[in-house]
Design a protein around this ligand. Sequence first.
Ligand code: GLC
Length: 453
Amino acid sequence: MGTENSLLNKAWETLENTIIYYYDNPVGTVAASDPSVESLNYDQCFIRDFVSSALVFLIKGKTDIVRNFLQQTLKLQIKERQLDFLEVGRGLMPASFKVVHEKGEEYLIGDFGDRAIGRVTPVDSCLWWLFVLRAYVKATGQSSLAHQPDFQKGIRLIMELCLVARFDMYPTILVPDGACMIDRRMGIDGHPLEIQTLFYYALRTAKELLLPNQENAYINQAVEKRLKPLANHLQQHYWLDLDRLTEIYRYKGEEYGESALNQFNIYSDSIPYDALSRWLTETGGYFAGNLGPSQLDCRFFSLGNLMAVLSGLTTEKQAQELMNLIEDRWEDLIGTMPMKICFPALKGRDWEMLTGCDPKNRPWSYHNGGNWPVLLWMLTAAALQSDRPNIASQAIDIAAKRLPAEEWPEYYDGKNGRLLGKEARKYQTWTIAGFLLAIELQENPQYLSWIIC
Ligand code: GLC
């Protein structure tokens, strides 16, 4: 890999310029700093966007900003149960926050989806927050921050919010559409893979970080009880390879009772089995995007699949099969910019019905089959973890040729990601941080232990 030092230094400097200060202390990074576009809420710090920045800062020994971020976002977490039950749930964390200056004072204001486009619920924020907390503990070698009473309470509240009994009887979490990185309507309401793999990661983190005391006893027990059923459920019902596809193709419908094989009553006509039987390779496999009654969403969602590896959810065999698929379907999943957010794109009536005719999410654009450079670090981590360093280095090489020259775009469009995203911002912070992080991981794989469960 020949990424020049001057280029990396420049990228690092650009990243440092995105830092947000709160009473003179670094507390996060803005989502983007493109001077040519109106900032909207991109001048805020998004919890999910900060993850790659946090890891880069930890690697560089800049632990202050990550600690401040964890402390301040914890203060924003909803702590009280509202009497009118109209407010958002206890334990929720905002999608983003900003520093407001007023009469010489500074305030941090969180957006819990109450101002966001589409008023989407940021379910993933509290899960990513736990991810950053775990990385901080690993990087500093100190659990003291996570063991403080306010942090223990924060973790408990997140777990309570995720584990609370609702109308659903699966071990997964039921969420509305747009509850994660894809924060617009994309037909991913229900039990999308991304949330489930982050949830699995969060459960494992809570198990590591919650102290075994009286106060935590019931949550510790609940966490322990959920881990196995969740892993089994995802491995059994979401995993797709040629054998599994054949099984689903031959399913009988309308099965009643406990011994039903086709538990979710999937009708094979609802599966694009012709296209899939050609796309799935002999040695490839992946987790489907979503599962519900008579619904198996066979789109490939990258974040969920890569997080499945990082969270330890995949078996060794599944991780290899996933990497095989990425390698064999390189043009589709990586193309000219790692990596496609989901494949294939929704088109025609599907696009109309599932996105609500969203022009930003036209086929092969933005969330609907665009290529997002931030995914490079997760691909790198998952590939290295699966002992497939070639995948990581090829992907990094592709990104290195374009990202700095094209000023760190947010996303790319087109079937192979050749076009700069129609409305993509430049100087998108997680693009810069994700790139730096991928290179750090490649050069120093020991940092993987901060990321991998
Ligand atoms: C877009 C993305 C979202 C991201 C935000 C800020 O809304 O879909 O995942 O957090 O931009 O970059």
